[in-house]
Design a protein around this ligand. Structure first.
Ligand code: ADP
Length: 435
């Protein structure tokens, strides 16, 4: 039987005509010559026309039955082959897809695939970590709502070229991202796909900023004590060369200035370390009673020198998702300040309470307080309400800047309240550890 077929997209033979048409074609190829033969018999032999007609009808019916059965068997075999070919093609495509997903998930780079309607087809693991849950099939804007990258994507879809754009994402913390958008080759089925590879530039940008701020701050803040050290050395070498009393006095000042410089350098280094990691949430769990208890023990000595006491009232246990060392630094600065700026003979209170899934810890002093207009600027580096008082108390002007960055890294909040003449309250709100 002739194979009336054409190649389907999977490369297999498929029937060109539907089943009834194929049946009629085959059957008529058989019965038309038979009709002529039987007609000839009836005309040219003794066979009566009735007998010839009956024989022809019987043969036509028999041939119809045989041809139909043969075609049905071929159709069934063919359908089975087509289904098997389709299943194989689908399985191959699914395997290719799974392999591609595994490769993309293994990349460090966040990668997204989308179609020419800007609908997301796939996000790899780093992209999901960076952008949070985004469902495939949704518009790209649901993953990144930024006009610069969306405009670049539309241009690439229109032109098929590639583009690189830098843009900033504010949530959950500010990040600078670089996106490379490319058009992918057509797989042959007419679908168009595009790829976006994201590069997090936050670290390198932050490094650049921190480095230049660091140099500016260090040179500015160290200039004063350095100038004082240089002039003392000059005096010791000159006028005070033979004056033991003056030498003793100058040595005390030298010691103070050198220690001050060491404190500034130490605080600046901690600050730049914390700033550098600020966009990376801490991974550990910190027990605040342990953190605060250790600091209070050591601060009680200094408080005692000013006849001050420190009371602690914290809920227990009190676990937060955080870095114990950084949180120690945070509470150390707040408690040191309360002791430094509180009135001699008064008490410093540290108390905490749970509010929903956060803990609010307050450090309260009874001191002169802070004039309202200074409060918004207190966490800027080197901002001091009273420079002389801060320096006399051994301050560097960096304590509250450190507090602010630690709080921000812990996805918390810092609240500063003050009543002039009565004292100040510094409240830190931190998310509790999950579970
Ligand atoms: P410093 O090393 O000067 O104490 P901080 O960054 O810790 O630097 O604080 C910045 C400024 O905020 C201080 O110089 C001081 O003027 C003010 N300040 C901080 N804590 C208190 C407080 N508890 N009471 C009054 N003023 C405070």
């Amino acid at each position: 039987m002739s194979d009336i077929s054409r190649k389907n997209p999977a490369g297999e033979h498929a029937p060109l005509l539907p089943f009834p048409a194929r049946f009629l074609t085959c059957w008529s190829l058989f019965v038309v010559p038979c009709a002529a033969i039987f007609g000839g018999f009836a005309a040219n032999t003794d066979v009566s026309p009735r007998t010839a007609l009956l024989c022809f009808a019987g043969l036509a019916a028999l041939s119809a039955f045989v041809i139909r059965s043969l075609l049905a068997a071929q159709w069934r075999a063919h359908s089975g082959t087509v289904a098997a070919v389709r299943d194989t093609a689908n399985a191959r495509a699914a395997a290719d897809d799974a392999a591609l997903r595994t490769v993309l998930d293994g990349l460090q780079l966040p990668v997204l695939l989308f179609d020419d309607q800007r609908r997301i087809r796939f996000l790899n693991l780093p992209a999901r970590d960076l952008l949070g849950p985004v469902s495939p099939g949704k518009d790209f804007a649901t993953a990144i709502r930024n006009p610069e990258i969306l405009a670049a994507i539309d241009r690439v879809i229109r032109s098929g070229s590639s583009e690189t754009v830098e843009f900033r994402r504010q949530q959950p913390v500010s990040r600078l991202l670089r996106a490379r958008i490319e058009s992918l080759p057509d797989p042959g089925d007419g679908t168009r796909s595009f790829i976006v590879m994201l590069d997090d530039m936050t670290d390198s940008e932050r490094m650049r900023e921190v480095r230049s701020d660091f140099v500016a701050d260090v040179s500015h803040e160290l200039r004063t004590p350095l100038a004082s050290v240089l002039s003392i050395v000059e005096t010791l070498n000159g006028a005070a060369r033979n004056d033991p009393d003056a030498q003793k006095r100058f040595m005390v000042i030298l010691d103070e200035q050198a220690k001050r410089m060491a404190r500034i350098v130490d605080d600046l280094l901690s600050l730049s370390r914390i700033e550098m990691n600020e966009h990376r949430p801490p991974e550990g769990i910190a027990e605040l009673n342990e953190v605060i208890g250790g600091i209070v023990e050591s601060s009680r000595l200094i408080a005692g020198e000013r006849d001050m006491t420190i009371t602690v009232d914290m809920p227990s246990p009190c676990e937060v998702a955080g870095d114990s060392l950084e949180l120690s630094r945070l509470f150390q600065n707040l408690i040191d300040n309360a002791v430094k700026y509180g009135e001699a003979g008064t008490a410093v209170s540290v108390f905490g309470r749970f509010v929903d899934d956060t803990v609010h810890v307050t450090v309260q002093d009874r001191g002169a307080g802070i004039p309202r207009e200074h409060i918004p600027r207190l966490t800027e580096r080197f901002y001091r309400v009273d420079k002389g008082r801060s320096r006399a108390a051994g301050g560097t002007g960096l304590g509250l800047a450190i507090v602010k960055h630690v709080v921000s890294r812990h996805r918390g909040r810092l609240r500063i309240e003050s009543d002039e003449g009565k004292g100040s309250r510094f409240t830190v709100e931190l998310p509790l550890a999950p579970g």
